[in-house]
Design a protein around this ligand. Structure first.
Ligand code: GAP
Length: 489
């Protein structure tokens, strides 16, 4: 498995050093698998959100967006199957008291075997694990762990408990007078945004006078008590999802599933990423709600991993909400069925879901952009770190830099700022040499820097520097806004 852990570590450090991502509550040593987005990280994240939102809702006339609450009626999670099925098999080490997700523990051991060159043994171990997981054979899995002498990395022992299912939902209570174990008042932090869409299906359909096929999109926080939460923002306990549920006529799910697979890959490629960095991975073990599912995987520095899921969810969710709520979740389709010559009539729609993790998409964009360049010449050693973001996602679009802090140059630069800042995010800086300022802008991925110099006063031109090529050209002041808007919109 080709991984580049050095690059991954470099990206994590870069994110911290340049204000993209900080560990949450760092002054208290952080909170595991929870992160805060800093000044440039939050801009980048917002741009990714906007790009997804606009391509889903603006570019598709039959898709509208909503913003549902994180808290939902607890029965939602009974109906969705999350109370009973949203589990992972876990095992505890009795000596260290550390809890492991069984598949991660075994996969970790297989990775060590691969590093030792025992590739066939590692492959066989993973195959055995997959078979046992598919059967929920916990005794068999425990035996597999013991037979391979898999040990806890903290205690170094193989003193394992039995394997148990562990629900991944966080819960809390409503009101001030209830006790924590009062099941009736237990509310969950939603583990997916999708259910906020399902319970609002008829509200949106009726008030928006939507006709099938149509979609509802949403961006929002989701929470999962991931046991082995590591690999930076790849697996977090609090994260954001960008989900779209597409409601269709039963029986048409295969063609819409293929349609959305193709559409979503197109969206990823529209950001200029190389096609070879992506692949589809079909699910063999399907989630409790799906009749077909696949992941779009991206080649992160830690290997090919899931960034987005496309799921054919049948009528599982709407049917269950109808059953639990006793409210009709049906749609009346007055289009004529060619086979019968009559309207399709009442039915519970089927659903194709596209679900992408915003934080994973952030990591994807960052991994793709992060470049260390050797710029050495025979005379001088030199290098730079540049974030080659697609300009439309870059947190900062333009830096405005007076060459010196005098002779009226800052005043001209300020005028450029005033002219541009209501159109896109601009950054003004007059400290340090121009070379240092360029490097700082490269490190946060700013696609354009304009430098105001003495010549500007004479002919109203500036140099504009292009981030990726580092080429500079002289352009009239009046052209700056157009150049930036043209490549960042
Ligand atoms: N509504 C379907 C659903 O939630 P999922 O495959 O469990 O499906 C969808 O999650 C996407 O959410 C994943 O492809 C991933 O990008 C993101 N995601 C899931 N768990 C995550 C976590 N713990 N941290 C960050 N992103 C996560």
């Amino acid at each position: 498995m080709a991984t580049d852990s050095n690059k991954f570590q470099a990206i994590i450090s870069h994110c911290k050093e340049y204000g993209f991502i900080f560990p949450s509550s760092e002054i208290y040593d952080g909170l595991q698998a929870v992160y805060d987005y800093g000044q440039w990280g939050s801009e980048l994240k917002k741009n990714i959100k906007d790009y997804w939102w606009n391509s889903m809702t603006r570019m598709n006339e039959n898709i509208v967006g909503i913003d549902a609450a994180i808290f939902m009626h607890p029965t939602t999670w009974k109906a969705s199957g999350h109370v009973d099925n949203f589990n992972d098999p876990m095992i505890d080490n009795k000596d260290s008291k550390k809890r492991y997700r069984v598949d991660h523990l075994i996969e970790g051991h297989a990775e060590l075997m691969e590093k030792d060159g025992r590739l066939d043994e590692a492959k066989a171990l993973l195959e055995d694990m997959d078979k046992l997981l598919a059967k929920d054979d916990f005794e068999g899995l425990r035996k597999l762990i013991l037979d391979h002498g898999i040990k806890c990395s903290i205690s170094g022992t193989a003193n394992w408990t039995d394997i148990r299912q562990f629900n991944l939902m966080f819960s809390t209570e409503f009101g001030s007078t209830v006790s924590a174990d009062d099941e009736d008042n237990k509310v969950y932090l939603r583990p997916e945004t999708a259910q906020g869409i399902f319970v609002n299906f008829l509200n949106v359909q009726k008030t928006g006078r939507m006709k099938i096929p149509f979609g509802i999109a949403q961006i929002g926080k989701a929470f999962r008590n991931e046991i082995v939460a590591r690999q930076f923002i790849f697996r977090m306990r609090e994260f954001e999802q960008m989900e779209m549920q597409f409601f269709i006529r039963p029986g048409t799910q295969k063609e819409w599933y293929e349609y959305w697979k193709a559409e979503r890959l197109k969206w990823h490629l529209s950001l200029g990423t190389a096609k070879e960095k992506y692949r589809f991975h079909d699910h063999i073990k399907l989630a409790h709600y799906a009749d077909a599912a696949c992941d779009i995987e991206f080649e992160f520095p830690i290997g090919f991993k899931e960034v987005e899921g496309i799921h054919s969810r049948t009528d599982f969710d709407l049917k269950n909400h109808q059953e639990y709520s006793k409210k009709k979740m049906q749609y009346f389709d007055n289009d004529i069925d060619e086979k019968t010559g009559k309207p399709y009539g009442n039915y519970i729609p089927y659903v194709i879901e596209t679900s992408i993790g915003l934080d994973r998409m952030f990591l994807l964009v960052m991994s793709n952009a992060y470049t260390e360049e050797d710029l050495s010449t025979p005379e001088k050693q030199d290098s730079r770190v540049v974030l080659r973001f697609p300009p439309k996602l870059a947190p900062m679009k333009l830096a405005v830099l007076p060459l010196v802090k005098k002779d009226g140059l800052p005043e001209i630069a300020r005028k450029i700022m005033d002219d541009c800042k209501s159109h896109f995010r601009c950054f003004y800086e007059e400290k340090d040499t121009i070379g240092k300022r360029y490097r700082r802008m490269d490190a946060i991925g700013t696609p354009f820097c304009v430098t105001v110099d003495q010549q500007t006063k004479e002919d109203n031109t500036v140099t504009i520097r292009h981030r990726d090529s580092m080429q500079q050209e002289r352009v009239p002041l009046t052209e700056i806004k157009r150049i930036v808007l043209e490549s960042t919109n």
